[in-house]
Design a protein around this ligand. Structure first.
Ligand code: C2G
Length: 138
């Protein structure tokens, strides 16, 4: 069984995330999503999530490509996660290109960066909602 792992906040979940998860799963048979905890998001990424960890986990677990969701509590857990779960392939969107190459030196896993889905992001969604609200107000 080929195991794939990926990391992220996945809030607000959108089709860019789904594209990433679908392609990640296509690289193996079992996809582990390591989901950033609320504390990790706030302390390390200054991201205030719209949905709590539990709600984001519930959403991800409903996605056909996802087999397991576990928490991400630190930047440093990737090597131990990969070893603990016998992961063959580590996948991230290419906005992270180069940032995790060390994983190939420290584990048996290969590192794959997949092209991001252009034009969609959580900040874009929030901007569009703000603009719509403003237009309706006028
Ligand atoms: N993504 C994508 N296309 C988008 C938006 C996101 O392919 N339009 C990908 C990102 O490249 C990432 C994944 O979806 O691989 C999750 O994105 P985020 O939730 O923004 O995750 P991030 O904040 O990058 O956290 O330790 C690693 C971090 O936890 C990654």
């Amino acid at each position: 069984m080929k195991r794939v792992i990926t990391y992220g906040t996945f809030d607000l979940l959108h089709y860019g995330h789904i594209n990433l998860l679908r392609r990640a799963k296509s690289l193996g048979d079992y996809l582990i999503v390591v989901l950033s905890s609320d504390e990790f998001n706030w302390n390390e990424k200054q991201k205030k999530c719209y949905f709590s960890y539990e709600k984001r986990k519930q959403l991800l677990e409903a996605i056909r490509y996802v087999d397991l969701v576990i928490p991400e509590n630190s930047w440093e857990q990737k090597v131990s996660d990969i070893k603990e779960y016998h992961v063959d392939t580590f996948v991230m969107g290419d906005d992270w290109v180069g940032k995790f190459d060390f994983i190939e030196d420290e584990t048996d896993a290969s590192v794959v960066y997949l092209p991001r889905t252009p034009e969609i992001s959580t900040s874009q969604i929030k901007k569009d909602l703000e603009a719509k609200k403003k237009n309706q107000g006028e």
